[in-house]
Design a protein around this ligand. Structure first.
Ligand code: BEZ
Ligand code: FE
Length: 277
């Protein structure tokens, strides 16, 4: 059977097809997969296809909950000195997010507790990376991204650029745990294996600059109890867990913003970019 791929002109495609087919056959032999189970698998993939559209990508979700997405990241983003670690991209990034500028607020109308995030973007020698583009996105306190609402709102996302000294700062919402979309076949699978769809609270970042490897990552909230329970897509790395320090109502904000009687949090995230390959 593997010989049927011998005529493949593209050597990489040849390698991938041989390996994939070999592992698939080994899985069938090892588990003695029944015809009913094979049909169940086909039905599952068919349902994943039917629910997938330009807003919902059930196959990436499947890859995420199987840990395959994190494995791809591990294979393709080997540690480089003290460069910030990457984690899963997720399905909720949107191109052309609003420019909020350094010191701006990504929350727009999204609900939640205000959070001030500041940090620097540097290279592995410690030099600032002026002008690095910083994309930030997150769910609101009900656990929904803007794109999950039917009204076309844009909230909880934005981009800014690091200053000449590599520094950045912005307002966002204190991240809270939320479930990945679990109303489709992947949710049914998690249910069947008694796994939770909940992700540990996080704030997404994508940091890019010329001559550097684009970093896709999150920061996680150290005080979040979900960290001990687990993250549905295995995205947590110790180096990405940060203190989100609670600030009592009345604590002056770093930029003088009037928060009235609201409590807020603050976090520091110093990004280190690896050079482009
Ligand atoms: C997210 O963090 O946005 C996410 C990641 C993987 C699957 C679903 C959501
Ligand atoms: Fe997320």
């Amino acid at each position: 059977m593997l010989a049927s791929f011998e005529a493949t002109p593209d050597p990489r495609l040849h390698e991938l097809m041989r390996s994939l087919t070999g592992h698939l056959h080994a899985f069938i032999r090892e588990t003695r997969l029944t015809e009913q189970e094979w049909q169940r698998g086909i039905d599952f993939l068919t349902a994943a296809g039917h629910i997938t559209d330009d807003k919902r990508q059930e196959f990436i979700l499947l890859s995420d909950v199987l840990g395959a997405s994190m494995q791809i990241i591990a294979v393709n983003n080997g540690a480089y000195r003290d460069a910030t670690e990457a984690t899963v991209f997720g399905p909720f990034f949107v191109e052309d997010s609003p420019l909020i500028g350094n010191g701006g607020d990504i929350a727009a109308d999204a609900s939640g507790t205000p959070c001030w995030v500041q940090g620097t973007v540097r290279d592995t020698e410690g030099n600032p990376v002026p002008g690095a583009r910083i994309e930030v996105w997150e769910a609101d306190e009900t656990g929904h991204y803007d794109v999950q609402y039917p009204d076309g709102r844009v909230a909880g996302r934005g981009h800014l650029f690091a200053g000449d000294d590599g520094s950045f700062r912005f307002w966002c919402l204190t991240p809270t745990p939320y479930p990945i979309p679990h109303d489709g076949p992947v949710g049914a699978l998690l249910d069947a294996v008694r796994r939770s769809p909940v992700r540990a609270a996080h704030l997404h970042f994508m940091v890019s600059a010329e001559r550097f490897r684009t970093l896709v990552t999150h920061i996680f909230v150290r005080a979040d109890p979900q960290l001990a329970i687990g993250d549905a897509v295995f995205g947590v790395k110790d180096s990405l867990i940060k203190d989100f320090a609670g600030q009592p109502a009345g604590t002056p904000a770093p930029d003088g913003r009037d928060l009235g009687q609201r409590t807020w949090h603050r976090a520091q995230f110093d990004v280190v970019l690896a050079p482009a390959r």
